[in-house]
Structure formats: structure tokens, C-alpha cells
Design a protein around this ligand. Structure first.
Ligand code: PBG
Length: 331
């Protein structure tokens, strides 16, 4: 075809590149995860996530206003639970006055238009660091689903717009949907972590919340009996199909970069919005290299965000959301 076709013509200037650009990024695409702690005046840097913090409720307000001012319209809340409130039943998880429930109200009071999503899983509340109830070395499915459903309901009662179950128990989406409908929360959405892999990239998150599985005899030290096998691809379709059938409004692939083949599979298969979680270990990896001057952080985060979106993500949960929003508005 050469010289009739010279592909470089479409790359010759910024103007033509912009004109034919296939994928774009907007602050609307991003959701900011937030870590919340008990106390006052706390903005506590997470050691394995430099530049990322846990906030007490008073300082959370300022952070949420900043996020909103950058054009980001959604936050995903996580709480660090005090050790003396942890047990093996998720008691604190369903406390109407618990930290999560208060965090939802705090954000909604500060910016009512902010779309608030909450993490639904027992690990921050579990003395064993597992996403469900542990019995005889096993993570119980149905008993965990019961608590998770009550937990989701209590988040909805506190004012959450969406609940985001990240536990990977079977049947939890249906059970949560039914619990919400039964109490009249027809408009509360579910963003299901539907294809969540048993990944090594969650380490810094577990530091942030002190929620890693405990290293004790007879307790599984990993989450491989509920999170997905990293080797599997068709399983992601099956999991996601079930979650959609059970009532999920948005489905999610997690982590991001290593799993973009899965994102594309889901995009080609389903017609519901797909979220991608660029997780803590991905953030830490970029930060570490950037701090050493080995990578250009801004260029890398734009490239990764673009890649995630190009793969098929409709929205991205990322610890870099604020930075990307700033970078895009500077363009
Ligand atoms: C809790 C939960 C985890 C993450 C989100 N929700 C940790 C885990 O499953 O062990 C990970 C997020 C991240 O690494 O940024 N179920």
C-alpha cells in the first residue's frame, strides 16, 4: 500500500492526533477511594502508599471538597477499625453508629451531590483478617452473606448511594439486593467486585487498614478459597454473569493493569458499566519507581489510565484519581 498509505500522516501534529484520538479521559471517569480512621485532626500517611492518607472524619470533609473541586464525582469509602471492635461475626460492621456509617453521613453532609459508595466486606472488622466468618479453618459462605447483607443495608440506611461488595462470597449480590428491596432501598445501587482476583497487589491496602489475614495455625493465610484464581479467564465471565443476574448495576475487575484482558472480555460480553480498580500495589509500584527517578510518574499514570479505559473500563477507581484529574485539566 505504501506510499498510498502513510500512517504517520495521522500522527504529524497534536491537532491531528487529537482529532483522531480514540480514547479520552475525563475526571468523570474517576472514583477516589478514601481511608477513614477514628479520631480528630488525623491525616496519617500510609507507609507503603506514599502520598496517600487515612483521614479522621473532620479532615475527611476537606479532602472530599478538594476531590469534588477537581471534578471527581464519586468516592469509595473504607474504614480502619480499632482492634478492640474486631470479632469473628462482623458485629461492628452493622453498628448504625459505626465509623463507616458516620463517614457516609459526613461526606453526604459536606457534598450532597457526591456519589458515595461503601466497601462491603468483613476483613477490616475481622480478628482473622478474612472477608467472611471463619470456622474450623474455613471461610463460611452463607453465614457471611447474611452479615454482608445487613452491613449493606446499614450503609444504605446511613445514606450510601451504592454499596460495593468486595468479599467474593457466592450469592451475596442477590441477598444484598433482596435486603435492600425489602427495606425500600430501591434506588441504592450495587457495584459488585465481580472479577476479583486473589492478587498479591493488595498488600499496601492491608497495611492501610491493618486487615491482612492473620498468620496463625489453622487459619488460611490467603484468600484463595474465595477470591479468583489468577490463572482463570472464563471464570471471570461466569462470576460476572451471575452477579449481573443477581442484580449488580456495575461490575468490576480488580486489579487493573494485569487484568486488562479480562476487562476486554467483559466489555465484549456484557452491556452493564464496567469498573476497574487500580489497586494499592499498582499505586505503590509506580510511586516507588517515580521516587527513585526511574519513571515519569505523570506520564505513567496518564498512560495506565488510558490503557484501562481503552481496554473497556467505564470508570476507574484509583489512588491516582486526583492527580489524573489535575493533569487532564492542565492539558
Ligand atoms: C476488602 C478489599 C480489599 C481491597 C478492596 N477491598 C483487600 C482484599 O481483598 O484483601 C483491595 C484494594 C487495594 O489493594 O487497593 N475486601
Amino acid at each position: 500500500m505504501y506510499p498510498l498509505r502513510r500512517n504517520r500522516r495521522l500522527r504529524a501534529s497534536q491537532a491531528i492526533r487529537s482529532l483522531v484520538q480514540e480514547t479520552t479521559l475525563s475526571p468523570n471517569d474517576f472514583q477516589a477511594p478514601l481511608f477513614v480512621v477514628e479520631g480528630k485532626n488525623i491525616k496519617d500517611e500510609i507507609s507503603s502508599m506514599p502520598g496517600y492518607y487515612r483521614f479522621s472524619l473532620d479532615l475527611l470533609v476537606e479532602e472530599v471538597k478538594l476531590i469534588w473541586s477537581l471534578g471527581i464525582k464519586s468516592v469509595l469509602l473504607f474504614v480502619k477499625v480499632e482492634q478492640n471492635l474486631k470479632d469473628n461475626k462482623g458485629t461492628e460492621a452493622i453498628n448504625p453508629d459505626g465509623l463507616m456509617q458516620r463517614a457516609v453521613k459526613t461526606v453526604k453532609d459536606a457534598i450532597p451531590e457526591m456519589l458515595v459508595m461503601t466497601d462491603v466486606a468483613l476483613d477490616p472488622y475481622s480478628i482473622f483478617g478474612h472477608d467472611g466468618i471463619v470456622e474450623k479453618g474455613k471461610i463460611l459462605n452463607d453465614a457471611s452473606v447474611d452479615v454482608l447483607s445487613q452491613m449493606a443495608l446499614s450503609h444504605a440506611q446511613a445514606g450510601a448511594d451504592f454499596v460495593a461488595p468486595s468479599d467474593m462470597m457466592d450469592g451475596r449480590i442477590l441477598s444484598i439486593r433482596e435486603a435492600l428491596e425489602h427495606e425500600g432501598f430501591y434506588d441504592t445501587g450495587i457495584m459488585s467486585y465481580s472479577a476479583k482476583y486473589a492478587s498479591a497487589f493488595y498488600g499496601p491496602f492491608r497495611d492501610a487498614l491493618d486487615s491482612a489475614p492473620v498468620d496463625t495455625k489453622d487459619i488460611p493465610k490467603d484468600k484463595k478459597t474465595y477470591q479468583m484464581d489468577i490463572a482463570n479467564r472464563t471464570e471471570a465471565i461466569r462470576e460476572t454473569q451471575m452477579d449481573i443476574d443477581e442484580g449488580a448495576d456495575i461490575v468490576m475487575v480488580k486489579p487493573g493493569l494485569c487484568y486488562l484482558d479480562i476487562v476486554r472480555d467483559l466489555k465484549n460480553t456484557f452491556d452493564v458499566p464496567i469498573a476497574v480498580y487500580q489497586v494499592s500495589g499498582e499505586y505503590a509500584m509506580i510511586k516507588a519507581a517515580a521516587q527513585r527517578g526511574w519513571l515519569d510518574e505523570n506520564a505513567v499514570i496518564l498512560e495506565q489510565s488510558m490503557a484501562i479505559k481503552r481496554a473497556g473500563a467505564d470508570l476507574i477507581s484509583s489512588y491516582y484519581s486526583k492527580d489524573v484529574a489535575r493533569l487532564i485539566s492542565d492539558l
